[in-house]
Design a protein around this ligand. Structure first.
Ligand code: ADP
Ligand code: MG
Length: 328
């Protein structure tokens, strides 16, 4: 991008005072220190126009979501946010869009104590592309790794599932219009809340964790594969978003097991941690539900109230085999 535009844009929309003991936007690199005994946790997620969001997506919500999905990865590792960077490719300069986008981004950045300390801004060919990188810290050997689950662990889910998936289907017109259900679920899709506190408190308590971004079966499947075990889930124990009540049973099941964009934590822990985890949920005011157990073998079996296997249809979202997913 030309110098007169690029540096003005950065100064106007992205540069903010950097916190003490940190060097932020304006030098060749940002600088920060890790707390003693901590490891650095790093994660990047991209959002591509037409794939992750539609061209008319609300820019403030998009700014929020671009950071939120990355913070959710830190949460799922048990890490505390340190800072973030933002790479932005724009086909044209739209000041109204940039103002709203950056405000949405900075608001969550402030709220989650994750300052924007650098990035890159360029003119792209067609469509907006955003890439956010988050940096966090976690006490050495306390990270909630996907390969750390053990046979006999309980499987837990935070919050509720299926709400954002329902909103997405309503927005895409895959379901008949339902203004009431859309009103109840749309904020989950547009402005997800990363479970940062829960993740941090679970570090050292739980074994493994993952955030449910592509659907419970698919995401839990990653943990099982990395940890070489299988899982039994209890359909009736899955925490459904209230807006799913009264929906067709197969639709409900699909939203719970395969619905994406939930950004809840699915984690595993020893049974002797049950009371501690329940108390943690009460303390943080985050519902936590025990939904299954890890077993020898591989894959997930979902059981209904009678102990019968539930037939599974869709596993989850795969960016290389499906059309436009979230709209942010
Ligand atoms: P360089 O030439 O060293 O890559 P740039 O000219 O690309 O530096 O960027 C100047 C400064 O602005 C750097 O500190 C960079 O990290 C920061 N920056 C660029 N784009 C963004 C952005 N979208 N958000 C935050 N910081 C940015
Ligand atoms: Mg650069």
């Amino acid at each position: 991008m030309q110098a007169d535009g690029e540096f003005d844009l950065i100064a106007r929309y992205f540069k903010r005072p950097s916190p003490d003991r940190m060097l932020g936007v304006g030098d060749d690199c940002a600088l920060m220190s890790l707390s003693t005994g901590c490891e650095l946790a790093v994660s990047t997620d991209m959002l591509v126009e037409g794939r992750h969001f539609l061209p008319d997506a609300d820019p403030a919500a998009l700014g929020h979501k671009a950071l939120a999905v990355n913070l959710s990865d830190l949460a799922a590792m048990g890490a505390r946010p340190l800072a973030c960077t933002l790479a932005l490719s724009l086909p044209a300069v739209d000041h109204a869009w940039l103002a709203a986008f950056s405000e949405g981004f900075h608001a969550l950045s402030r709220e989650s104590h994750c300052p924007l300390v650098g990035g890159d801004t360029t003119r792209g060919m067609s469509g907006i592309v955003l890439s956010v990188t988050v940096l966090g810290e976690v006490r050495r050997s306390h990270a909630l790794r996907r390969d750390a689950a053990r046979v006999g662990d309980d499987v837990w889910i935070s919050g509720t599932l299926g709400g954002a998936d329902l909103a997405l289907r309503l927005v895409l017109g895959q379901l008949p219009p339902d203004p009431e259900r859309l009103r109840a679920t749309r904020p989950l899709l547009d402005r997800p809340t990363p479970r940062l506190k829960l993740g941090r408190y679970l570090a050292g308590v739980a074994h493994a964790a993952i955030d449910v971004s592509d659907g419970l079966l698919q995401d839990l499947g990653h943990v099982l594969q990395a940890s070489h075990c299988g899982a039994e889930l209890w359909m009736d124990a899955l925490p459904a978003h209230p807006a799913l009540a009264g929906l067709d049973e197969s639709l409900r099941r699909d939203a719970l097991l395969a619905g994406g964009d939930a950004y809840e934590l699915c984690f595993t822990a020893r049974p002797l941690r049950r009371e501690q985890i329940q108390a943690l949920g009460r303390q943080l005011n985050v519902p936590v539900a025990r939904v299954g157990t890890l077993v020898r073998g591989q894959g997930v079996r979902v059981l209904d109230g009678d102990g019968q296997a539930v037939p599974l249809v869709r596993r989850g979202f795969d960016h290389f085999s499906e059309p436009c997913g979230g709209i942010a």
